[in-house]
Design a protein around this ligand. Structure first.
Ligand SMILES: Nc1ncnc2c1ncn2[C@@H]1O[C@H](COP(=O)(O)OP(=O)(O)O)[C@@H](O)[C@H]1O
Ligand SMILES: [Mg+2]
Length: 228
């Protein structure tokens, strides 16, 4: 479970990313963060990935009080989650398999079965046959699936994806969201920001609506779940 209490983010230019945001994100679900452009979705995703810190307020992820993490603990926390952000491109001079293996190498938990681990992870996103391809030779949606594989190869319990289906046609974006749903079925906590409303109809997935750096109706998705 993720708890966000009274969190404000003010950027150096004075702009507010979040305004006294409080919400709870249930664990082991696929949870959507939706809302119009400028609502604060990316700011929230970056906070959860510990890429930025709040100006005010408190964030707890599982039992980690993010405010208390310092030095090496910050790097360790970042490595412990799987993140998919638009500004984290694939390395074009490496193969798909090498891209997916990278977090394993960085985490220094390389095992003799690393190739197996990478292939199995590519299986999850349906790209085992592209192991030795260059990312340049894949479609945009295949590249996004490689990024998902790279995010989950270390078996994190929390995945954060910021607008993972942006610019994708509806059919492909449904396929991407199905991957996230399957991960949530395996008891992972998956937080996906999107302003694509087509994905928000499934009552099993809580939706947190944001607007102007605040929650619009935090309980909507959760209440709907309980009502069934
Ligand atoms: N690096 C930044 N510097 C200044 N303002 C920013 C920065 N990033 C986001 N903002 C502002 O914070 C608010 C929330 O932005 P963002 O989190 O990117 O929203 P969303 O992802 O929902 O479009 C917007 O008003 C945006 O202009
Ligand atoms: Mg955004």
């Amino acid at each position: 479970m993720i708890s966000i209490e009274n969190v404000t983010v003010q950027y150096p230019n004075g702009q507010l990313g979040l305004r006294k945001l409080s919400l709870t994100i249930p664990g082991q679900h696929l949870v959507f963060i939706s809302g119009p452009s400028g609502a604060g979705k990316t700011t929230l995703a970056k906070l959860l990935a510990l890429r930025i810190r709040p100006t005010e307020g408190r964030i707890t992820v599982a039992d980690n009080d993010l405010d208390e993490l310092q030095g090496r603990q910050i790097a360790r926390y970042r490595r412990s989650i799987g993140s998919i952000f638009q500004d984290m491109p694939l390395l074009e001079n490496k193969t798909v398999g090498e891209n997916v293996a990278l977090p394993l190498l960085i985490n220094k938990n390389v095992k003799t079965d690393m190739i197996q681990q990478v292939s199995n992870t590519l299986d999850v996103v349906g790209l085992r046959n592209k192991l030795n391809y260059s990312p340049i030779d894949l479609t945009d949606s295949e590249q996004q699936r490689v990024r998902i594989a790279r995010a989950i190869v270390t078996k994190p319990t929390l995945i954060i994806a910021d607008e993972p289906t942006i610019n994708m046609d509806p059919q492909l974006s449904i396929k991407i969201m199905q991957i996230f749903k399957r991960l949530a079925d395996r008891k992972l906590t998956v937080v996906v920001t999107t302003h694509d409303r087509t994905h928000l109809a499934d009552p099993r997935n809580p939706v947190i609506e944001m607007q102007g750096g605040q929650v619009f109706d935090a309980m909507q998705g959760v209440v709907r779940r309980r009502a069934r």
